[in-house]
Structure formats: C-alpha cells, structure tokens
Write a protein that binds this ligand. Structure first.
Ligand SMILES: [Zn+2]
Length: 129
C-alpha cells in the first residue's frame, strides 16, 4: 500500500498516481539543483547620461572593448558572463562550474575591474547572500 504524500489516500502498490487527488506516487529525481553562487554586477559610472548624448555607433564603440575586457577578467577567474545589459554585466561564480573559492574569485574579479582605462571609471560591487 502506498500513501499519497499530498492527501494521505491509501493506494495500491501498483498505482503511480493517487486515486483521490492524482498526485504522483513515484519519486522522480529532480533535475533542479541548488547551488551556492556568487553573483557579480558591474557597470560604467555615469555611462547612461553620457550615452544619451552619443550616436548608437559611438555607444557601441565604447561598449565593445569594455564588454571584451570584462568578459576576459571574469572568465580568467572562472566566472561566467550571464548577460550584458547595456553597460551592465551580470556574472556568476559557482555555476555552471563550481570551485571551492568562488566567492574569492568573484571578489578578485570585482577588484580587478575598476582599474581606470582611457579615463573611464568602472564601478563594481560584490554582494554575498
Ligand atoms: Zn492523493
């Protein structure tokens, strides 16, 4: 006899779904996985107001080398760029590949990013939850 985990209805051993509520009685392995990750956000200080006065081509000319440098700094430390949104980047440390020292890697990347390049300041902040 199998008891339904949802409604406690008794079901036959052969039943794969509860007779009363239809809940699954077989425990399927979950494909989801909980991981601790460090998430890094960075963006260019004052970029939005500056970009408003630039042509789209000039904005791209500023952003392309910036994206390239950020990706390089992040990947060199084991991070994965999740997405670029304009001048902002979101990167993960700990997924899809985890390291013992992912938080330290994220902090190392965050400290490396703000170096001045071409008179531009680059901001970075690391938060742990
Ligand atoms: Zn049930």
């Amino acid at each position: 006899m199998r008891l339904c985990p949802v409604c406690s209805q008794a079901n036959t051993d052969l039943a794969r779904f509860c007779l009363a509520c239809g809940a699954s009685l077989t425990s399927e392995p979950s494909r989801e996985e909980r991981k601790f990750v460090s998430v890094l956000f960075a963006d260019l200080v004052g970029f939005t107001s500056r970009a408003e006065q630039l042509d789209p081509e000039d904005v791209r000319a500023v952003l392309a080398p910036y994206w390239e440098r950020l990706r390089s700094e992040l990947e060199k430390r084991g991070g994965t760029v999740e997405k670029f949104i304009g001048d902002a980047v979101m990167a993960l440390f700990g997924a899809p590949v985890a390291h013992d020292d992912d938080p330290l890697r994220a902090v190392g990347a965050a400290l490396a990013i703000p170096r001045r390049r071409g008179g531009r300041r680059v901001g970075a902040r690391v938060a742990a939850r």
